[in-house]
Design a protein around this ligand. Structure first.
Ligand SMILES: [Zn+2]
Length: 496
């Protein structure tokens, strides 16, 4: 069998002020032309590593194209998306006859002129390989599952876990399903169920933990080949945004549709229990200051670089300063200019520094502080999601009035405590630690936290799902309306 593999991914926050261009896709440790599967694991190449390993073990021939995963940001430039897609298609045409195509894409990539980059890529791939070849795609669960994707691919599998710890397992399942289909052993047919919901679901916590396990128990028996819950990515202004269940059955569309609806109904029934309670900034600070025994970790969810936010919003920092809070640490601010000023001033220098608030209205106003530069690192890293080192580039630890602040030059969410301790900041003696992340920080920070709280501060990805200013989604959804399944034809106006 001849198997073609490629990765082309980013998650687009269409409300983010940061354009996604060539530099995002061609960053060091992000861009691989034909050998991504032969490199050490970074998030973007994990599926390709899995596919090559399995295919070679089975004696198949692997043809590999590009592999790249740009840090989530704003809408991708049109010529950049078209350039990347055409590179992949050129490789595919040159490859000659192919039995199976396995793609790793995010599922929420938007480019100027393309609301559905994954569907567009899949449709072009289908044109090249013809109707007989099997096409499978692995997606992040924060995806927009579109009809064009469903029609163009034989199999769509999303991660089941958030945090995304199961990229390799899902890749292996996609490989098995597509190679079985190529041998004629199964006939995958895919059904969606639109849950009519826009929210976030945290899978380590109940009742989602049990739901994930229930999905897995149903797979591989009674003609059910695969089940995915596409949580959706709320901050994409596209028509098909929202949560969907995906069921792939063996040749039986009605069976797939029935199970997708049944599981979608379960998600609907759990909607209140799975919703995250968010504190206001002051509630989060108050919580941290009352009680002892290690820091409270406050997640600044609205400024998560992993959702395309700039990571330079100052709302929580400004409030800490206004309230005179001591024993606090906050990071990581994406502010290369401030880092450059710190490098110029040098370790030990005390000088007035303007921090954050630089990218756009969602960043808030900059905060001016008299800071002392405590530590500089020309190539600072933290532990990434896949366990490797994730680069912040030149970075600085500055302190002002009892608040320690980490400033970095490469935009990235805060994954692990060594984003602070790696510069010499101790966490155990702090009252609160503010991390710019939505969920991926959770596993590594839980052991050092007295408690973890989610804070709804202003930012580019506010967790206010009822009021995201969509211009393209026309179907009603919860929580904007109480019952999106009630007969109605138009999206109702948000409540005042
Ligand atoms: Zn995701």
């Amino acid at each position: 069998m001849r198997i073609f593999i490629a990765g082309l991914a980013t998650e687009t926050n269409t409300f983010s002020p940061i354009p996604t261009g060539w530099s995002g896709f061609k960053e060091q440790r992000v861009w691989f032309r034909n050998d991504g599967s032969r490199q050490p694991p970074v998030a973007g190449n994990v599926p390709l590593i899995t596919w090559r390993r399995l295919a070679e073990a089975d004696g198949h021939e692997v043809v590999e194209s590009l592999c790249t995963f740009a840090q989530p940001a704003g809408t991708t430039l049109r010529h950049v998306y078209e350039g990347l897609r055409d590179m992949l298609l050129d490789d595919l045409r040159r490859a000659g006859p192919i039995d199976v195509v396995l793609l790793f894409m995010h599922g929420a990539m938007v480019a100027h002129g393309y609301d559905d980059c994954e569907g567009d890529t899949l449709a072009h791939v289908r044109e090249v390989v013809g109707p007989q070849a099997k096409i499978g795609i692995e997606l992040d669960l924060h995806c927009h599952l579109t009809e064009l994707m469903r029609r163009s691919a034989d199999a769509i599998i999303t991660y089941k876990e958030y945090p995304h710890i199961d990229m390799a397992e899902r890749a292996a399942e996609l490989y098995a399903l597509c190679t079985r289909a190529a041998r004629g052993e199964v006939t995958p047919v895919t059904a969606y169920h639109d849950c009519r919901m826009i929210s976030m679901w945290r899978t380590p916590q109940e009742p989602m933990r049990s739901f994930v396990e229930r999905m897995q128990l149903l797979e591989g028996k009674d003609g059910i080949l695969s089940i995915s819950f596409g949580h959706g990515f709320p901050w994409g202004d596209v028509e098909e945004v929202g949560a969907k269940m995906v069921v792939i059955a063996d040749g039986d569309r009605l069976k797939a549709e029935a199970l997708a609806k049944r599981l979608g109904d379960e998600i609907w029934a759990m909607r209140e229990a799975t919703s995250t309670r968010h504190d206001t900034i002051d509630e989060g600070i108050d919580r941290s200051l009352s009680g002892q025994g290690g820091p409270v970790v406050l997640a600044d969810v609205a400024d998560n670089a992993g959702g395309g936010a700039p990571s330079d919003n100052t709302a929580i920092l400004a409030r800490l300063v206004d309230r005179g809070v001591k024993d606090a640490v906050i990071g990581c601010f994406w502010d290369p200019q401030a880092v450059a000023f710190c490098v110029e001033a040098g370790e030990g220098a005390t000088f007035p520094l303007r921090i954050g608030g630089k990218c756009g209205p969602s960043s808030g106003d900059p905060v001016d502080l008299m800071v002392t530069v405590r530590r500089l690192d020309p190539d600072f890293t933290q532990t990434g999601l896949s366990g490797g080192r994730a680069s912040f580039g030149p970075s600085a630890w500055v302190s002002a009035d009892g608040i320690d602040i980490v400033l970095v030059s490469r935009r990235q969410q805060t994954f692990a405590p060594d984003a602070f301790t790696g510069l010499g900041i101790s966490l155990a003696d702090k009252a609160l630690v503010v991390v710019k992340s939505t969920q991926h920080f959770h596993a590594a920070f839980a052991p050092v936290a007295r408690e973890i709280r989610y804070v709804a501060a202003p930012g580019a990805i506010p967790p206010d799902y009822a009021n995201i200013p969509f211009s393209k989604r026309t179907r009603p959804y919860w929580p904007r309306v109480t019952d999106p399944f009630a007969p109605t034809n138009a999206l109702q106006e948000p409540a005042a």
